[in-house]
Design a protein around this ligand. Structure first.
Ligand code: LLP
Length: 434
């Protein structure tokens, strides 16, 4: 793939674990909050491009847009050589709206899912979007409507692993992928509709580790071997972790690539033709680029506990309440004074629900975090919020969706304005009952 280099002069390696900070994405955070309001997601384009470029050894980096599907992010990645994955009709339409072509070799957009809803099936057939089937029913429905083409299959290798049970996408308890013992059936079904299976895809989970990711190579070789020399593409899926805590490590990407490259080469030797190696990360590309900037609106003491209550809640960032996910946090002092005493606090949001706490562990156990003393008007910046942040936001408690800003070469641009009340109720009607 062709990559354009990241813009120069911007350091993506800003210390994301600092507990007090004045800048996010290289710009003054107070200024960003004044200009765009809070809560606001701020994405540093340089970090996204750095992460994309980390993966340039792979033939195709297919961005899993479920992590952050804003048009400006898709456009940035498209212009720098990434292709895109879509899991719904909406994500296919987003990719098209961001300038991706519907067809090409390799396919610019791949629809990977376990079902087609009726809209997605219609759209994929009509736009000739490449489909990666995660169920026998998908093969059957696609084949019936659009016989004679190429498809790929997502295989569940019989095992999986993720940062949480909820992000493990392999094994017998996972709904994802075609079970590895049903490859022969997949081939028969494809043949019935004159479909050729030209690729195999495996994604065992999100936020996993090298040990588990490495196991996939063997399973891939076996599955691809069973399908045969008609296979021209193998996809390692996504799942690359990022450090959310200071003691966590990046995966050794060089070693990871070597494992997959060796698998690819063995298949090439077996079949005597080239095999394209794809990777499909979401989190790795965007997580570290994103900050959720919120304002502290109340500081409460409940017995021994101090609470910082923000204007952002799980309507903006659901990962803590869903998975007990840990995100780095920093105070942005409104007075610019960066020498403040530290204290243990609980950080929560504005929602009328006791689980609206950013400092919690899986199972809903509230934890304390050591942060600088802060008051109303100070900002709190939540880091590593670029992946599965905005996209999992909601209108719970009739809170508008947050604004999004992208910083590129030192310039901040609004890429999504804050949702208005009118936009929130658009489409609602009150029937005339009498
Ligand atoms: N490919 C497929 C088929 C997937 O299902 C996923 C993620 C990815 C790629 C990208 O995985 P990544 O590289 O981002 O780990 N909401 C959860 C993550 C759910 C991931 C779902 N599928 C979270 O916030 O951790």
């Amino acid at each position: 793939m062709r990559f354009r280099p990241a813009p120069v002069g911007v350091s993506p390696m800003d210390d994301k674990f600092a507990l007090i900070r004045t800048h996010v994405a290289g710009l003054p955070a107070l200024e960003l909050a004044r200009q765009f309001g809070t809560p606001v997601f701020v994405y540093d384009a340089a970090v996204i491009l750095q992460r994309l470029s980390d993966l340039r050894q792979f033939d195709v980096v297919r961005y899993a847009q479920k992590a952050c599907s804003s048009l400006a992010v898709l456009d940035l990645l498209r212009r720098h050589g990434a292709l895109v994955d879509a899991v719904s009709a909406g994500e296919v339409l987003r990719a098209l709206a961001a300038g991706y072509q519907p067809t090409g070799d390799p396919p610019p957009i791949v629809y990977t899912a376990d079902i087609f809803d009726r809209h997605a099936l219609e759209l994929c057939c009509q736009q000739q979007i490449h489909v990666n089937c995660g169920s026998l029913d998908m093969i059957e429905q696609f084949g019936r409507q659009s016989p004679g083409g190429h498809i790929t299959v997502r295989i569940n290798p019989g095992f999986g692993h993720g940062h949480s049970r909820k992000t493990n996408t392999g094994g017998p308890h996972s709904k994802h992928g075609i079970w590895h013992e049903q490859i022969a059936e997949s081939l028969q079904l494809a043949a019935k509709h004159r479909l050729t299976i030209t690729g195999v895809h495996m994604h065992i989970g999100s936020g996993t580790d090298l040990e588990h990711l490495a196991q996939v190579c063997g399973a891939m070789e076996q599955a691809a071997g069973q399908i045969g020399p008609q296979v021209y593409t193998i996809s390692a899926g996504g799942g690359l972790p990022i450090p959310y805590r200071q003691d966590q490590q990046y995966v050794d990407l060089g070693a990871y690539f070597q494992l997959w490259d060796a698998t690819r080469q063995r298949l090439e030797q077996r079949w005597g033709h080239p095999v394209r190696l794809e990777i499909e990360p979401g989190r790795y590309i965007v997580a570290e680029s994103g900050w959720l900037l919120a304002e502290i609106r109340a500081v409460k003491r409940q017995a021994d506990n101090i609470f910082y209550l923000l204007d952002a809640g799980f309507n903006n960032l659901a990962r803590p309440i869903l998975y007990g996910a840990y995100h780095p946090m920093a105070i942005v002092p409104a007075d610019g004074n960066t020498s403040r005493k530290m204290q243990e606090v609980i950080v929560g949001g504005p929602l009328c629900e006791s689980g609206d706490i950013f400092t919690q562990e899986e199972g809903g156990f509230v934890t304390r975090r050591l942060l600088p003393q802060a008051g109303v008007g100070d900002l709190l910046a939540i880091g590593c919020a670029g992946a599965y942040g905005f996209v999992m936001g909601s209108n719970y408690n009739s809170k508008p969706l947050a604004a999004e800003v992208m910083v590129y070469n030192g310039r901040a641009e609004l890429i999504r304005r804050r949702q208005s009340f009118d936009e929130m109720i658009i489409g609602e009607t009150i029937p005339r009952w009498d």
